[in-house]
Write a protein that binds this ligand. Sequence first.
Ligand code: 5GP
Ligand code: ZN
Length: 142
Amino acid sequence: MTDDSCVFCKIVAGEIPAAVVWDSPWAVAFLDINPAAPGHVLLVLREHYEQLTAVPGSLLSAALGELPKLAQAVISATGAQGLNLLQNNGRVAGQVIPHVHFHLIPRNEGDRVTVGWRQGTYETPEEMNRMAERIRAALAGA
Ligand code: 5GP
Ligand code: ZN
């Protein structure tokens, strides 16, 4: 499954260049062209799925099987103190390229990377329980 207008499909197919660091039958990893920090890697599924929710679980398991090794390689190569793994779904969540990918972003004390949110609260324990129940029910109906 590919999309002719998708830049990541073109990179996976070797039609446009990228600084590839790893590849497997299921995924390709290359440097982000506009890195949040040096060594920012994108792990990109070979097949074109727009969002995570469409990806078969078995494919995702296979594609992510070597993620710990890739993350360690990014940390070792950059000398980073930590790493963020990010995956954006939908424009509202910051997704610009509609082809499932994971960001591996090396982190260091005092770096320029911002990943965050203001933490909220549930008004009552019941409200929290209702939310958990809605998600459990959605899973049961899936
Ligand atoms: P998103 O916002 O969709 O989660 O992330 C898309 C990422 O792809 C961005 O960080 C952007 O810098 C990167 N990107 C976009 N176009 C290209 C490209 O042609 N080559 C590479 N290597 N990265 C790209
Ligand atoms: Zn694509």
